[in-house]
Design a protein around this ligand. Structure first.
Ligand code: F6P
Length: 370
């Protein structure tokens, strides 16, 4: 029996470990595994990669994904400079390859697409992967732990140079919509101020904390900032546009507010430099900016990510063997759990203001700029 597998969305360390676990378990049980390249594009444009058992040797510790990946969606495939709905072609290709099931490894976008394909009648099993840790209904996802180590190590390294020069060090950490990576590495790295999307900041308050530290004889400060961190003013504007979008009566108005929202919340690499310049102006303290960027998605998977990928991959293969479809294999209290795709797609797991990490950080004197 043929089973398809793909990786979609942003890459991260641990994807190959998951492919290996799925592959070894399924080929060991007599299945034939077919890799689809470049995320859902592989199914849309029929780009395949045979995955004989020999493929799974030597990839456990290798970062990235041997299948490659894209963010393309089945119903929004880039083709000749425009976007095309290729969902029915995907169904045709699935059937032409005689697939019993398709295993999709990915994050939020991947799960929305997986649900769409399930609704079109495909047998789907998914594995959670995201360094942002923002997938609903699972205690963890492949990639987060490795990225957390990278970010924490970077904060550790910044401490000595910050101290030597008595500077404010802003460090931008990935997380467009969720602050887990910034919060976790900030707490583990002993940050002084942590800015995340879930807790809008007041710049004057941030500056006050930094000046107060300097006044107390702590002339340097480490400030991890999530990519998606927003000021109070920005968060009010976002809420206003979201309301207008949701209440818009015409399609045209809805599209207009949606576009304005996208413009306001899109990833901007100059944002952190603007923030740094403003803080330097407000505090009079020399400020430097570091952007960790894709370093957080590279390298060898951590031990925890290898274990998670192996656990999730083996369970996904068992789902195929038991014909248990339409589910994400989740992590729950150290074990695996099966969650209907409907409960995951379109949902986001974000930091809550009362999360223990937030509470502990506050107890340690960390400011969130609120
Ligand atoms: O979704 C994971 C993520 O790493 C986010 O944290 C980040 O905002 C985004 O991907 C970056 O995407 P890309 O690699 O496409 O620039």
């Amino acid at each position: 029996m043929n089973v398809g597998i793909l990786t979609a969305g942003g890459d991260c360390p641990g994807l190959n470990a998951a492919i290996r676990a799925v592959g070894k378990t399924l080929t060991g049980a007599g299945y034939n595994l077919i890799g689809f390249r470049d995320g859902y594009e592989g199914l849309a444009f029929d780009r395949t990669m045979p995955l004989p058992p020999s493929t799974f040797s030597g990839i456990l510790t290798v970062g990235g994904t041997i299948l490659h990946t894209t963010r393309s969606k089945p119903n929004k495939m880039p083709l000749d400079g425009r976007y095309v709905d290729m969902s029915s072609t995907i169904v045709e290709n699935y059937n032409r390859h005689g697939l019993e099931c398709l295993i999709c490894i990915g994050g939020g976008g991947t799960h929305k697409s997986a649900l769409l394909l399930k609704e079109l009648g495909l047998n789907i099993v998914t594995i959670p992967k995201t360094i942002d840790n923002d997938l609903a209904m699972t205690d963890g996802s492949i990639g987060f732990d490795t990225a957390l180590d990278v970010a924490t190590n970077a904060i550790d390294s910044l401490h000595s140079t910050a101290g030597s020069h008595k500077r404010i060090m802003l460090v931008e950490i990935m997380g467009h919509r969720a602050g887990w990576l910034t919060l976790g590495s900030g707490l583990a790295g002993g940050a002084d101020v942590i800015l995340i999307p879930e807790i809008p900041y007041d710049l004057e308050k941030v500056a006050k904390v930094l000046k107060m530290r300097a006044g107390e004889g702590k002339p340097f400060s480490i400030v991890p900032v999530a990519e998606g961190a927003v000021s109070v003013e920005e968060s009010i504007e976002i809420a206003r546009l979201e309301k207008l979008r949701d209440e818009a009566e015409s399609k045209k108005d809805r599209a207009l507010y949606k576009a304005q929202l996208e413009e306001l919340t899109k990833l901007r690499y100059d944002r952190i430099f603007e923030l740094g310049a403003k803080l330097e102006g407000l505090t009079g303290l020399e400020t430097r900016v570091t952007i960790l960027g894709h370093l957080q998605r590279g390298g060898t998977p951590s031990t925890v990510d290898r274990l998670r990928a192996t656990q999730l991959g083996c369970e996904a293969a068992r789902c195929v063997i038991r014909k248990r479809y339409g589910v994400m294999v989740a992590l729950k209290n150290g074990a695996t759990d099966l969650v209907p795709l409907e409960d995951v797609a379109g949902k986001r797991h974000v930091v809550t203001p009362d999360h223990p990490w937030v509470q502990d950080a506050r107890k340690l004197g960390v400011s969130f700029g609120d």
